[in-house]
Design a protein. Structure first.
Ligand SMILES: C[S@@+](CC[C@H](N)C(=O)[O-])C[C@H]1O[C@@H](n2cnc3c(N)ncnc32)[C@H](O)[C@@H]1O
Length: 213
């Protein structure tokens, strides 16, 4: 779903930092070799993730939903020397492609991959995170948020992707559309949740930024 015209999207990308060559290659390879390539974060949102991470200067990052590793590489750009990014995905078939691109970046040794279900893996991670990016199963977003909140330091950021759900959050809802109902409930509850300060940014399919109080 494009909320802006293609001309405006192209203009925004042209007026933002260039997409690093390795990420351009990862995008091409994802489109050639992997199902549902539209899931990849992409140039503009990737640069937003990179900038947010550079502002936070995290020692520890958690990503929920690796896919082919694009957003992990963007977030890793802000890691402190010696910092670690944990990223998890339920699909074992993506593991080798992720590793190949991680190892070709400057951050390969700082990225730890986990394969399995998010709600089983998150409780096993001992770190306290400075930055969390949630981008896996939309129906489970409320559970991911509750699982990562106690593991995120005060002042740290929790980011949630696709919260506008192609604009469905403001359209008349069918009773069978569980995902939109769940995202709508979560979006409104985060706006008044005193444990975090929240802004929903209209970037790509909607990116919520929560700062932990
Ligand atoms: C939208 S894609 C992630 C895109 C990635 N963050 C990027 O920008 O390139 C969502 C990923 O979440 C994974 N996923 C979905 N449900 C999951 C779950 N319950 N536990 C772990 N991973 C899950 C999928 O296999 C898929 O690769």
């Amino acid at each position: 779903m494009h909320f802006l015209s293609q001309d405006l999207e192209d203009y925004i990308a042209r007026c933002s930092e260039e997409e690093p060559p390795l990420l351009q290659e990862l995008t091409r390879e994802t489109h050639l070799k992997v199902l549902r390539p539209r899931m990849i974060t992409g140039h503009h949102q990737g640069r937003v993730l990179s900038l947010l991470s550079r502002l936070v200067r995290p020692k520890a990052i958690l990503e929920v939903g690796t896919y082919t590793g694009y957003s992990a590489l963007c977030l890793a750009e802000g890691l402190q020397p010696g910092g670690v990014l944990h990223t998890l995905d339920k699909n074992p078939e993506l593991f080798q492609m992720q590793r190949t691109f991680f190892d070709r970046s400057a951050y390969g040794g700082q990225i730890v991959q986990h394969t399995g279900m998010a709600l089983e893996i998150i409780p096993t991670l001992a770190a306290t995170f400075d930055l969390v990016f949630i981008d896996a199963e939309k129906e489970e977003y409320p559970e991911y948020f509750e699982a990562v909140l106690p593991k995120t330091r005060r002042g740290g950021l929790i980011l949630l992707d696709n919260v506008l759900w192609s604009g469905k959050v403001v359209e008349p809802q069918s009773a069978s559309d569980r995902v939109t109902a769940i995202l709508n409930r979560l979006n409104s509850s985060l706006a008044t949740d005193r444990r975090v300060r929240t802004v929903l940014l209209p970037i790509r399919d909607g990116l919520t930024v929560c700062m932990v109080e």
